[in-house]
Write a protein that binds this ligand. Structure first.
Ligand SMILES: Cc1cc2nc3c(=O)[nH]c(=O)nc-3n(C[C@H](O)[C@H](O)[C@H](O)COP(=O)(O)OP(=O)(O)OC[C@H]3O[C@@H](n4cnc5c(N)ncnc54)[C@H](O)[C@@H]3O)c2cc1C
Length: 392
């Protein structure tokens, strides 16, 4: 069992000693605390108290500045943590992602009062701040959203429906994108909306995976928001959202890669121990080579993800790399986990093992935060120029 905590077998990631230690600590937590409960949260509601342990590890406040009770960690550290948590329960990384996105958006665009109120609460897990861009009628083409923000004295009134929102069921506030001006992306502004208002209605979906994240809809019926809850300049909402997404695409890729790597590690143990046709499965070349191929492809995706985060840490553009790893990481992870299911035989497809659930959860992340088609359109646009873009 000790071997599972050894993070050094993975081809060298040129990690600093500090990152190696971080990876080891989080892996221990993921394997000892998260993995045994992974399948439990398909049936039971994820208790809010579980967030306290994540907060104590520093996971929720990684991107929150130290002055607001966070860790001010690098983006790369965020990736290390997402990958290791992904081994235990990749769905738990939704809290890490939302914490980092909230820290980025409120930290960069919120006024002092909002920062002082919300950021320490995000870091301790006392507050979950969701992110609401998608609507029933628009997802990939989110710039056409129709939720409205209308000025009423010094306040804003928000009306509309947001769909497929992670943590809709349990969030305390939400960054809402609403049309406050004209058509298209420049008519969209961003608002921090507390969700304890009776004019907010929540519906939690019955999803195929990630039940603990209580994905669902938020309906806003003329919800009153004070002017100081607007984040950033009028008409800057969409641009901020797109920038906020970039680093998170690498975090998502690494969460999926962690789940796939864990599945491959479990499968390697299985094929070393189970025999067929007179020898361990691992000694059948068809089995060994399939595992080797997935290890290689997963590692290639991992490297693009860490490079994306390194670019982000260096303050350099990383839109192309983020889009590359967002389609590549979840896709290779889905394929690796599917292979692991088959290599376990009938048992792999059962719900006593975590493999099938992991595959469902990873497929959700193939869609969430930008589908493979849209990611490839971004890569092609950046490579060939906007004149040839499938969308601007
Ligand atoms: C697990 C999960 C979590 C999510 N969390 C959030 C959240 O917290 N907040 C939030 O705002 N949203 C969230 N979403 C929504 C997510 O961002 C959208 O589902 C995604 O952007 C795609 O939009 P759509 O589902 O409406 O699909 P559509 O836009 O309707 O697309 C349907 C299909 O058509 C393809 N397609 C669309 N346009 C093109 C094109 N130009 N070229 C080629 N193919 C195209 C897409 O790739 C897709 O396969 C989440 C979704 C999931 C699954």
């Amino acid at each position: 069992m000790e071997g599972i905590f050894d993070v050094s077998w993975v081809p060298d990631l040129l990690r600093s000693e500090e990152e190696r230690l971080l990876a080891e600590t989080v892996r221990r937590f993921a394997i000892e605390r998260l993995l045994p409960n992974y399948l439990r949260w398909r049936i039971e509601r994820f208790p809010r108290s579980e967030l306290e342990e994540l907060a104590a590890l520093g996971v929720l406040g990684l991107a929150v500045p130290e002055e607001y009770g966070g860790v001010s960690a690098t983006r790369r550290a965020l990736g290390v943590v997402a990958e290791e948590i992904g081994r235990g329960d990749l769905n738990v990384t939704y809290f890490l992602q939302l914490g980092a996105i909230a820290a980025g958006l409120i930290g960069a665009s919120g006024d002092d009062g909002l920062k002082q109120y919300w950021l320490p609460r995000v870091a301790t897990g006392e507050a979950i701040v969701a992110f609401a861009l998608t609507e029933p009628g628009v997802g990939s083409d989110a710039a056409q959203l129709s939720t409205k923000a209308v000025r009423d004295g010094s306040d804003w009134l928000i009306t509309g429906e947001k769909a497929s929102i992670t943590c809709a069921g349990q969030a305390d506030a939400c960054v809402v994108f609403a049309r406050s001006g004209g058509d298209g992306p420049t008519g969209i502004s961003m608002f921090l909306v507390p969700l304890d208002d009776p004019k907010v209605e929540r519906v939690v979906y019955d999803s195929a995976g990630a039940k603990l994240s209580e994905r669902g809809s938020l309906h806003f019926d003329a919800v009153r928001v004070p002017a100081d809850h607007q984040l950033g300049e009028q008409g800057q909402g969409f641009v901020s959202a797109m920038q906020a997404f970039d680093f998170n695409r690498a975090v998502i890729a690494l969460a999926c890669i962690g789940a796939a790597q864990q599945s491959l590690d479990e499968t390697m143990e299985h094929v070393k121990n189970r025999e067929a046709f007179g020898k361990p499965l691992a000694r059948h070349e068809g089995v060994a080579f399939e595992i080797a191929e997935h290890l290689s492809l997963i590692h290639a995706a991992r490297l693009v993800a860490y490079q994306t985060l390194d670019l982000a840490d260096a303050g350099l553009g990383h839109t192309t790399e983020a889009a590359m790893c967002k389609w590549l990481g979840p896709k290779q992870s889905t394929e690796a986990i599917r292979a692991c299911i088959v290599l376990h035989g009938w048992a792999g497809w059962g719900n006593d093992l975590p493999l099938s659930q992991r595959m469902n959860d990873v497929v959700g992340l193939e869609i969430g935060d930008g589908t493979p088609h849209i990611m490839k359109a971004v890569v092609a646009r950046e490579a060939m120029g906007r004149a040839y873009a499938a969308y601007r």
